[in-house]
Ligand binder design. Structure first.
Ligand code: ZN
Length: 289
């Protein structure tokens, strides 16, 4: 399996995530590679993990870790004159395979973010796109995200995060967008008409990763719906964990790999569906080996 969404370093007010600890988890769960996401947006976590640090870690474990890049658009003049294309191209030349995660405290269609989407499209760097109440903000039904997918057709957007996955269901009330938000309904049966299945269906450049509590919850809140969702969108989904606390590893609380393997073993999803989500989609879309 290839984990398309993983973290190392100091993120929160808890211990530094040692790359060796992540490797031990990967060995235990037979995950052969993991994409490491830098933290460069100030709203993302409590500390920064730079792209340069990620590149250094990946250089030490080239067969196990895949470097991603992150660029916060609020730098230098904080407008469209910033040479985003040049920065992203440099990271690509250094080996970065994806942009992620995109997690600025801005609206999803902010003009400064659009400069990044455009550059990523031109340079064929897919974007992991986190959405919640604070980061890459949107409304119920994800209209801002949809506007961006439609405008930047060459750019691959991979949805992720509580705000994105809440929209698997069509019953979110206006104003209930985001998490944690007591008004948000993210459990129980999935109601038809959610933006997530519609966007994955309609747009060739829309994808999603199943990482974190949000992806796992969306797939398991109505178990049979989740298996059908995996089958139906088997070309559009990536396995991921979003490991971001050492305690998740120490307490063995990362369910995604086991969930997919159990679904396969129980005959709930096909071998083909499993293979694509476990790693074939990642190899194809992110140009991996
Ligand atoms: Zn993450």
């Amino acid at each position: 399996m290839i984990d398309i969404h993983c973290h190392v370093g100091k993120l929160y007010f808890d211990p530094f995530i040692d790359p060796e600890l992540v490797l031990s988890w990967m060995d235990k769960y037979d995950v052969r590679k993991a994409a490491l996401h830098p933290i460069e947006n100030p709203e993302e976590t409590a500390y920064y993990v730079t792209t340069w640090y990620i590149l250094e870690v990946c250089r030490q474990h080239p067969d196990r870790f895949i470097p991603f890049m992150n660029v916060d658009p609020r730098r230098l003049q904080s407008d469209a004159s910033v040479p985003f294309h040049r920065i992203i191209e440099e990271y690509k030349d250094l080996g970065c395979k994806g942009f992620g995660e995109c997690m600025s405290g801005l609206y999803a269609d902010d003009p400064r973010l659009q400069s990044i989407y455009e550059a990523c499209g031109e340079l064929e760097i897919p974007i992991i796109f986190h959405q919640d109440y604070l980061r890459t903000r949107d409304e119920v039904g994800l209209p801002r995200f949809e506007k961006m997918i439609r405008k930047f057709k060459k750019t691959i957007f991979c949805g992720h995060g509580p705000g994105f996955w809440a929209n698997i269901s069509g019953d979110l009330e206006p104003g209930a967008y985001g998490f944690p938000n007591p008004q948000q309904k993210t459990d129980g049966p999935v109601v038809e008409g959610g933006a997530v299945p519609r966007l994955l269906e309609e747009y060739p450049n829309a994808y999603a990763d199943i990482s974190a509590g949000s992806g796992y919850n969306a797939l398991t809140r109505e178990p049979e719906y989740g298996y059908e969702f995996l089958e139906r969108f088997q070309d559009k989904l990536f396995f991921g964990t979003d490991i971001c606390h050492t305690s998740q590893i120490e307490d063995d609380k990362i369910p995604h790999a086991t969930y997919l393997r159990d679904a396969l073993a129980a005959g709930k999803i096909s071998q083909q569906c499993f293979d694509k989500i476990a790693e074939e989609n990642a190899i194809r879309v992110f140009d991996l080996e």
